[in-house]
Design a binder for this molecule. Structure first.
Ligand code: SAM
Length: 331
């Protein structure tokens, strides 16, 4: 264990301590949000990448984590890379652990793109958000807001389903854009976390509904219930498990997932977004899969594909992290 080297910035300490209930004047989600909007707390920054690693500043705490695509050389010095709060290491069994060099609180907050996240270090090396999704969150928000602006009637708000929703980034972006969102994930812990993130971002009451369920099971039940959506987002993992240990493997289950997704969508849905990080699921593959299930999209929808990127804060070097295919109904 190395010695603690770096104190946390005061603003972050204050926010974290207050929400852990360690002092009497707890901050409300609105106050925390204001702290971020006033620039008091720092946004997420990708400081450097190279040699298979990434160096990040996450709301005032710095981390050194795996970055498999960073085949290039790092720009910062080895001393700068060592000056972090924690470094994540993988174990042979596929899990991992943090080697801590500085003190970090049980959780704290950071801003990623336009959203605020509760952040904590998980054994697997995740911090509660995927920064590469930030551009997609803007797309969700802006696409939905543009449609909602043409119809201010509350009953006509688009209904969006977010599968494998994790801590809620995409759901929150849609809800803030004006949609009513159903957020599905197998893990109760991350669904609770997404509720907290929704509060932090000021999502209006009644805009989010949550389900802790296996996505394939949820889709089957939702189709039977006759519920239909205007939009669907999915960011499936390569491999995952439902709450009852249902095995999900993207390679084997992708067509079943897409077929069941289609069954809960209205004819010619407004929005369909498919992203993933699984090798082989390139932008072309994602687009062909979408067209296989929704052939009419060729004429009715604007389809865009690409790589999800996080840019280094110093010079904007793009670091790819997965692929997306997004379809928006033409106006
Ligand atoms: C890659 S993350 C999704 C990231 C998220 N879209 C975001 O941008 O923040 C994968 C999520 O899928 C969930 N998951 C894995 N297998 C699942 C299953 N069979 N049904 C529902 N959720 C599952 C995990 O709990 C995890 O939260």
């Amino acid at each position: 264990m190395k010695k603690a080297t770096k104190p946390a910035p005061k603003s972050v300490k204050k926010v974290a301590a207050a929400t852990q209930g360690t002092n009497d004047d707890r901050l409300s989600p609105e106050e925390i949000l204001r702290a971020f909007q006033s620039g008091e707390a720092k946004p997420y920054r990708l400081l450097d990448t190279g040699d298979g690693r990434k160096l990040e500043d996450v709301g005032g705490y710095s981390f050194n984590r795996q970055c498999p695509v960073a085949f290039w050389r790092a720009k910062k010095s080895p001393a700068e890379w060592r000056r972090v709060h924690a470094e994540h290491k993988r174990t042979d069994t596929g899990g991992g652990y943090w080697e801590q060099s500085g003190k970090t609180p049980p959780y704290w907050f950071t801003q990623v793109g336009r959203l605020v996240f509760k952040t904590k270090m998980t054994a697997f090396g995740h911090l509660g958000f995927f920064a590469e999704q930030a551009e997609q969150w803007d797309w969700f928000h802006d696409s939905i807001a543009a449609r909602v602006a043409t119809n201010a009637n509350d009953d006509a708000r688009p209904r969006v389903l977010n599968l494998f929703g994790y801590t809620g980034g995409s759901s929150i972006a849609c809800a803030l854009g004006g949609a009513v969102v159903t957020h599905v994930d197998a893990a109760k812990g991350v669904v609770d976390w997404s509720r907290q993130n929704a509060a932090l971002n000021g999502v209006p009451e009644g805009r989010m509904r949550y389900a802790v369920e296996d996505c394939l099971v949820f889709l089957e039940r939702e189709a039977k219930r006759g519920n239909r959506y205007d939009g669907l987002i999915m960011d499936p993992p390569s491999y995952g498990r439902g709450p009852n240990k249902e095995v999900f493997k993207l390679e084997d289950d992708v067509l079943k997932l897409l077929d069941r997704a289609k069954a809960v969508l209205k004819p010619s849905p407004m929005l369909f977004h498919f992203s993933c990080h699984t090798p082989g699921f390139t932008p072309v593959v994602l687009k062909e899969l979408v067209l296989d299930i929704f052939p009419a999209f060729r004429d009715t929808h604007a389809i865009e594909t690409g790589e999800m990127l996080v840019r280094e804060s110093a010079d904007g070097r793009p670091v790819p992290s997965g692929f997306y295919c997004r379809s928006l109904k033409k106006a």
